[in-house]
Design a protein around this ligand. Structure first.
Ligand code: F6P
Length: 373
């Protein structure tokens, strides 16, 4: 039976994190387990910055956005120290033992699962929970945070409709999601966007312009384009794919490093592509275009009821698994239940929207232009 459990939140904050912390804490306290929170992710664990998650600390946090523990994107094996990045895994392992932890629960996305897996290989008992607004974690039906972000983005599209309609404009709304299109597809379809552009389907700008011009000819001189932040044109898609293929097949360490730098430069140049998309559509359709980047609004504020329920389910399940000694797993969502998935099956993987996904099919069936046909 576990006696002490550590908890940390890592990666981008997500609505529902506090609901999950509360669930972990309450279920643990019910079983007589002490819970120690580490501040600001793996960095706080390295710095041994702790907070005791007693019933007072857990009270009143269910509906709070963000994370009471704070978060960071710092990785144990590449921790920024001064102007260097150092492997601080040993210090984290030392602090784990200093607190006599039986298990460390890490709340995060795919990157956090990868870091947790590294700690598991260094001998720690680890459990992760899948959180991210992007819904791109492998081997789980869904992640918590996604539902809240989806609601915010869909509502934004609803609101953009009336202003686009009034001014006869194209409004392009950029939606988060990192390299995956789950949020843009979900919010775009729920909000009735006329065009939805996803990273999974590189687009042809003239197909998008034609779809908008066709609407105009049919008496609808306005359009909403929901574009995922990772979406790209066919040409950009081909360039990136070639770079990624080269990286995957390159055996020489130095050359791989160079290719990585090229990928970083490509991604940097890709930022701002929504502005270019707006300009191009304006040129090709003779309609005025405006752009809205929803950005971190999608991640802030109160979690939806659905996310609170999901985070509560996953948090309590994590304690049940710890009590059974089932470690080095992610608690995955399976329908109404949960399933423990080995971390090696999750670490480093990204769940993209499959091209035959029912949501994609139904978006096409209601006439949404996906930029490819
Ligand atoms: O992973 C969540 C996410 O919000 C992505 O959708 C987005 O690409 C990224 O984080 C933004 O990260 P940051 O908050 O570090 O700018």
């Amino acid at each position: 039976m576990a006696k002490v459990i550590g908890v940390l939140t890592a990666g981008g904050d997500t609505p529902g994190l506090n609901a999950a912390i509360r669930a972990i804490g309450k279920a643990a306290l019910q079983d007589g387990i002490d819970v120690i929170g580490f501040r600001r992710g793996f960095r706080g664990m390295m710095e041994n910055r702790t907070v005791r998650l007693d019933s007072q600390a857990l009270s009143g946090i269910l509906t709070l956005g963000g994370t009471i523990l704070g978060t960071s994107r710092d990785k144990p094996h590449k921790m920024p120290i001064g102007n260097r990045k150092m492997d601080m895994t040993d210090v984290i392992v030392e602090n784990y033992h200093r607190h006599e932890l039986d298990c460390l629960i890490c709340l995060g996305g795919g990157g956090t699962a990868k870091n947790a897996f590294r700690l598991a290989k260094a001998g720690l008992n680890v459990i992760t929970l899948p959180k991210t607004i992007d819904n791109d974690v492998a081997k789980t039906d869904i992640t918590f945070g996604f539902d809240t972000a989806l609601g915010i983005a869909a509502e934004a599209i609803d609101r953009l409709h009336s202003t686009a309609h009034s001014h006869h404009r194209i409004i392009i709304v950029e939606i988060m999601g990192h390299r995956a299109g789950w949020l843009a597809l979900g919010a775009g379809t729920a909000g009735g966007a006329d065009v939805v552009l996803l990273p999974e389907i590189p687009y042809d700008i003239s197909i998008v312009a034609d779809a908008i011009s066709y609407r105009k000819r049919r008496g609808k001189p306005f359009s909403i384009v929901a574009v995922a932040e990772g979406a790209m044109s066919r040409r950009e898609g081909e360039t990136l794919k070639a770079l990624l293929d080269r990286e995957a097949n390159e055996e020489d360490k130095e050359t791989r490093k160079q290719i990585k730098a090229e990928i970083t430069a490509f991604n940097k140049a890709h930022q701002g592509s929504t502005v270019r998309l707006a300009q191009e559509l304006e040129n090709q359709t003779q309609l005025e275009a405006r752009m809205t980047i929803l950005g971190h609004v999608q991640r802030g504020g109160t979690p939806s009821a659905r996310d609170r329920l999901l985070a509560t389910r996953l948090g309590t399940e994590a304690i049940d698994l710890a009590q059974k000694g089932r470690f080095n797993v992610m608690v995955a969502v399976r329908g109404e239940g949960c399933e423990a998935v080995p971390l090696e099956e999750v670490a480093g993987k990204v769940k993209m929207v499959p091209l035959d996904h029912p949501r994609l099919r139904s978006a096409r069936r209601v006439g949404t232009c996906m930029g490819d046909e």
